[in-house]
Design a protein around this ligand. Sequence first.
Ligand code: ADP
Length: 423
Amino acid sequence: MAPILGCVADDFTGATDLANMLVRGGMRTVQLIGVPDAGRPVPDVDAIVVALKSRTIAPADAVAQSVAALDWLKAAGCARFFFKYCSTFDSTDRGNIGPVADALLDRLDSDRTIACPAFPETGRTIFKGHLFVGDQLLSDSPMRHHPLTPMTESNLVAVLGRQTARGVGLIQFRAVAAGAEAIRAQLDGLVSNGDTYAIVDAVTDDQLHVIGEAVADLPLITGGSGVALGLPAAYRARGMLSPSAGADAVPAVSGKAAVLAGSCSAATLGQIAEWRKTRPSYNIDPLRLANGEDVAGEALAFLRQHLEAGPALVYASAPPETVKAIQAKLGREEAGAIVERAMAHIATTLVAEDGVRRLVVAGGETSGAVVSALGVTGLRIGAQIDPGVPGTVTLDTPTIALALKSGNFGGVDFFEKALAAMP
Ligand code: ADP
């Protein structure tokens, strides 16, 4: 059977977040990294999420990559499509949400879609078209100061309106509260008034289920992972999806295990401290790396001493003052890049030479560097380890179990929990 839902995500961890949501709803899901090659076999699953890195690239490039991903998903037989962006609508006046959504609609010959980044469970609500992050308007939240996509306007009708020449309307709370039929009627009304997009209010997760039911027949849905909450049930109600228990089943992977941490986020620092109470660890010093010392070699030698007995951790993570001092000496980008290169080298050596087949990686950028160095092109998404972070198994050879955790995700015992989840 062909997959039901084909998704294009504008970044890697956002793609995993959406895939995790679909698996929890009972859809067997894989995540493919980058635009798949034309000849790539179509996996036997219910949903495919193509992870791009298109959030902040030039709009024309984002459009080209997104359309190429959509074309592959169409050829794979997907019946519906989803464009996934961040729940804080991360974008600039140039895009890339508007330009990409315009292009995908054209490709699908469709005259309408919704734009709904809401996810109340994680504090993202939309009321009268205004996006809130927790108790603050988006424009009062820390997103105001984001280095790449500062969000200084909370009215999403206005934000999306600046990114597209097409009309943007609003489906208000009242229609959402009245149910799926009312939402569809509102969307019909907006389209007959000349609009293409509808921002949709949502302040509870129940409303996301109603919205999912209302939009499940649209060729294209755009939104955050929250709006996918209601889709599996809607597809099941239409007889498109069997009541699949075990959507999170992944093949067992055996082999040695290691943890690599390049994230300096507070949650990761806590997880490292917890790990170090009982388990071995090696700390990478970026300044020594920058000096040309063979720090990665030392880390590998350390790991080789310990991996027979059990998992060990290599971390570059440091508290904010230390990171600041290192960045002042090396530059922010260079500090990040040398640590990422070292982590990538350690990961590929462990897999190629040491029989490591289970890896926990902390850090969004760090995960991206490790996955691309390993040449991973696809992940089967397994059960959730902690909110937003599933266990995964690569579709490539050799098969590797990966738990990829961005910044502030995961409880204090995340590393142990992830290793226990990939026995
Ligand atoms: P997060 O998901 O927490 O943001 P990332 O991996 O995305 O984590 O980003 C962390 C960045 O910090 C990476 O580029 C990493 O290489 C870099 N880094 C890690 N340790 C240090 C350090 N001690 N000093 C400076 N930069 C570091």
